[in-house]
Structure formats: structure tokens, C-alpha cells
Design a protein around this ligand. Structure first.
Ligand code: 4AD
Length: 457
């Protein structure tokens, strides 16, 4: 009979043959199907070969029996070999090892000569053996990506991006695509990647924020999902040289509106990803203890965080008690978030430790209308603020920071032609994913991570 081509997770119009069916009448048969995939796992017994087939959509247990199990291709089968299998689907008892309630009993299979995966010394299981050192695993990222954990993380990542797009659309925000090659800095000169652009000094973008601000008059509230680049000169669990930056900018808002919006977007995205059965099952396996953040998020001012750190004996990087004006370092921030064990909106950072463009608090000009979102296990996942909307104040800020305003003429012009109270934020997708999936480092949240001294594969 004709075989229906399916992906391994397809459920539609598929009849399973009951395991106990005795007869061979057409009515009792399961749907005859054909599938393509790679041999993820393999168990050879005397008269039967069990193949765990994987195709990126799911996995399926396939059985080769009788003559099929004695063929040359079956006897020499290696893991990761590509294969096409035909056969009938049988029910399996619930709780069996198969990821679905069914297994494929093959009546025919096909392996093109060039589909065979290397064996022996060169077998994938030898090259990415369990316990291989981290450098080897990173050099072989193209192969480790085929593993269960890495592929689950990438599938969750795909759905999270989809969730952001759909939540933003529901909020009537518009997607734009700012340039990656720029001549202005956003987050300080120390982490700029410089390069020669037809004889002019240019940079890889650190953030699309300034460009998003220029879109407000014509497009309303906007967002982008683009790469940002930071020449981070340290190796940490949460710093990459290239990361995916989800940034949004909102027009005619107050600082409280900004905080409410961030809380809403994060909550809705999490609700959506946990509402998708496939994504939710990956997350459950990757991070069984993940807790949905409680609403409302805890709001804490920077100055109160400094007091909190001192009350809890958490010292600054110099081993001293924290003082107003200190940057809260990664280690201290992480300890605080872990002890609080909830999502925190940390606000009102001092002017001196924040970027030039941040709006000052009208009631306390020592601090800015700024926010970091901190989450357990990771620390900061979002940084945002209201933007300085007054021309003279912005020019004074350039002066204070020692930045030449000339290349920013287009940004400054926004304050000359219809300025407005506006603000926005950037969320690091890899950090967000590390939180949701319980990853030790953001490197595991990237397809091919880029950080100090790694640009391969
Ligand atoms: O706090 P940051 O530097 O803020 C900005 O770039 C703003 N201009 C964004 C905006 O308002 N549109 O970065 C925002 C977020 C951080 O909270 C973090 O999640 C992520 O970007 N991030 C990094 N992620 C991985 N590796 C790095 N080196 C990162 N630097 C920042």
C-alpha cells in the first residue's frame, strides 16, 4: 500500500495498529507511513534492531526485524546515519520508552551510500563522547547541537522569539530593523568593536536604541530583534561578544508606564511559552524547578538595594561595604536576586554609573529614571530607562561624558523636531533563555556562541 510521508511528531489522520491485533485484515492495519530522519540511538539484538529516529520535530522508535535486520546496511548501521523507513505504526503501551504512544514496524528501509555516518574512530559518539572537555565540545558545536539538550534549548529559543513577536503585535508595536554598522556608541567606549569602513572608523552596534528612538514619530511604538555586539574583555557566565537584543521604544509614556509595560511583556511571553505544549515539555525537562514570576514584580530603588546589600553583609568588588554610587557588581547582584528569589525591577540608578542618554528623576537629580530587571539564577536580563528629551540637557550630558556630539547629529535632531517623553529597554535573549531553561551559562543559549577568543565554528 501507498505510504504517507509524515514528520515524526505528526498525529493527524494516522491510525495505529493495536499491539494485540491478531488478524491481517485491512481494517485492522495501521496507516502505512514513510519517514526520514537520522539514527539518534541504536540497539542491536539478535533478531531485531531498535532505532531511535530523530528528525528535528520529534523522535520515533523504529523496529527492523526478520530479513531487514540481516541486511548489510542494517548490520553496519551507525548513529547519525540518514535513513528513510517505511512501515506500519503500532500502538505501544503508555509509559514505554518511546516519546509517543506508537512505534514503527518497518517493512522496508533505504539508506543512500552517501547518507552513512562515519563509524569507528570517527564516530560521532567518539568525537563528542560524554565527559569530553568543554573546549572540544565547543569546537564541535555543529555536532553537539544534535544532542537532546542543545536541540531542546534551540527549540525553546525559536518559540520565545515567536512569543515576543506575537506579544508585541498584540500591543500594536511595529518591528523595524536598524543597522548593525554604526558610527556612534550607546553603552560606553570600553566595549566597542571598531573596524575600518572604507577608511572611516566605525563600530558594530552595541544597541539599536538610538535608532529606535528616531522611528517613534513615523511608526509609533517600535521594537527590534537584532544582534548587538560588545567587546567584553572578561569571561563570565552571562557575557557574550555577540548576542540577540530584543529592544523596544515607547512614545509619550511615564517611567511607571515603562515599568508596567516591561512587567506585562515578560509575563505574557512566559504565559505563551508555557501554553505551548511542546515548548512547555522542553522547559519542564530542562528546568523542572522553573517558577513563573509572581505579579506584580518587586520594585526596589537602587538606594534601597545598597542598604539591603549592606544589611546582608554582601560586599562590593573591593571587599568594602557598598556606598551610594557603587556599581552593583555581577556577583553581588546575583546573590541578592538568589536570596530574594523573585523577579525584581531595580530602579533609579545614580547618574554617574549610567549611560549619557538617561532621563534624570525630577524629584532627585542624583538618580536616573532607569531600570534593570533581575531574575533568579541569572541576575540582569533587561536594562531600560526614560530618555533625556530636552536638547540642552542632552548637549550637557555629552559634555559631561566627554563624548563628541557631532556624529550624533541625527539623534540630537529628535530633540529639535517634536521631542516627547519616551523610554524603552533592551532584553538579552540568551540571558532570558538561560533563566527559563535553567542554563549554567548564556553560551548554551546560542547557536554558535561568540565570546572573548571564540569566533568558531
Ligand atoms: O543594559 P544594556 O547595556 O542596555 C542597553 O543596551 C540599552 N541601550 C537597551 C535599550 O534601552 N534599548 O543591555 C541590555 C541587555 C542587558 O540587560 C542584558 O540582558 C543584555 O542586554 N546584554 C548582554 N547579553 C549578553 N552578553 C552581553 N555582553 C550583554 N550585554 C548586555
Amino acid at each position: 500500500p501507498k505510504a504517507k510521508r509524515i514528520r515524526l511528531d505528526d498525529q493527524e489522520d494516522i491510525k495505529l495498529r493495536s499491539a494485540s491485533a491478531a488478524g491481517d485484515s485491512v481494517e485492522e492495519r495501521g496507516t502505512r507511513i514513510r519517514v526520514f530522519g537520522r539514527v539518534h540511538n541504536l540497539r542491536k539484538q539478535k533478531d531485531v534492531i531498535f532505532i531511535e529516529l530523530k528528525d528535528g520535530y520529534g523522535k520515533m522508535q523504529c523496529l527492523l526485524t526478520g530479513k531487514l535486520a540481516k541486511t548489510y546496511d542494517a548490520l553496519t548501521l551507525t548513529r547519525e546515519t540518514s535513513i528513510e523507513i517505511y512501515g506500519e505504526l503500532y500502538e505501544v503501551p503508555p509509559g514505554a520508552k518511546a516519546s509517543l504512544n506508537r512505534e514503527l514496524h518497518a517493512d522496508y528501509f533505504r539508506i543512500e551510500p552517501i547518507w552513512k555516518a562515519a563509524g569507528g574512530e570517527d564516530a560521532i559518539t567518539t568525537r563528542v563522547a560524554p565527559g569530553a572537555d568543554p573546549t572540544t565540545l565547543l569546537n564541535l558545536r555543529h555536532l553537539t547541537l544534535r544532542g537532546d539538550k542543545a536541540s531542546a534549548v534551540m527549540l525553546v529559543r525559536d518559540y520565545i522569539e515567536h512569543a515576543f513577536l506575537s506579544v508585541y503585535r498584540s500591543l500594536r508595536m511595529r518591528k523595524v530593523s536598524p543597522p548593525a554598522l554604526v558610527q556612534t556608541q550607546v553603552e560606553g567606549g570600553a566595549t566597542l568593536f571598531k573596524f575600518d569602513y572604507y577608511g572611516e572608523t566605525s563600530f558594530l552596534t552595541q544597541s539599536s536604541q538610538l535608532y529606535l528612538e528616531t522611528c517613534l514619530p513615523s511608526m509609533g511604538d517600535v521594537y527590534c530583534i537584532e544582534k548587538s555586539f560588545r567587546a567584553e574583555k572578561s569571561l563570565t557566565r552571562r557575557h557574550l561578544s555577540e548576542y540577540t537584543h530584543i529592544e523596544a521604544e515607547l512614545d509619550f509614556i511615564s517611567f511607571d508606564d515603562l515599568l508596567d509595560h516591561i512587567e506585562l511583556v515578560i509575563s505574557r511571553v512566559i504565559e505563551m511559552i508555557l501554553g505551548d505544549p511542546e515548548t512547555a515539555s522542553h522547559i519542564k525537562r530542562l528546568n523542572p524547578s522553573f517558577e513563573v514570576p509572581k505579579l506584580p514584580f518587586l520594585r526596589m530603588r537602587y538606594s534601597d538595594a545598597i542598604d539591603w546589600l549592606n544589611e546582608h553583609g554582601i560586599e562590593n568588588e573591593d571587599g568594602k561595604t557598598h556606598a551610594f554610587g557603587d556599581d552593583i557588581a555581577e556577583a553581588a547582584e546575583r546573590r541578592m536576586t538568589d536570596i530574594l528569589n523573585q523577579t525584581v525591577l531595580l530602579t533609579h540608578f545614580p547618574v554617574e554609573i549610567k549611560a549619557f542618554y538617561m532621563q534624570k528623576d525630577k524629584n532627585d537629580p542624583r538618580v536616573t529614571e532607569s531600570v534593570d530587571v533581575l531574575v533568579p539564577g541569572v541576575g540582569e536580563v533587561v536594562g531600560g530607562s526614560m530618555r533625556m528629551d530636552d536638547y540642552n540637557e542632552l548637549m550637557a550630558a555629552y559634555k559631561r561624558e566627554g563624548i563628541d556630539p557631532e556624529p550624533y547629529y541625527w539623534y540630537i535632531d529628535q530633540r529639535k523636531y517634536g521631542s516627547s517623553p519616551h523610554g524603552g529597554y533592551g532584553l538579552g535573549l540568551e540571558r532570558f533563555l538561560a533563566w527559563i531553561c535553567g542554563l549554567h551559562t548564556v553560551r548554551e543559549a546560542c547557536l554558535y556562541p561568540r565570546y572573548m577568543n571564540r569566533c568558531t565554528p
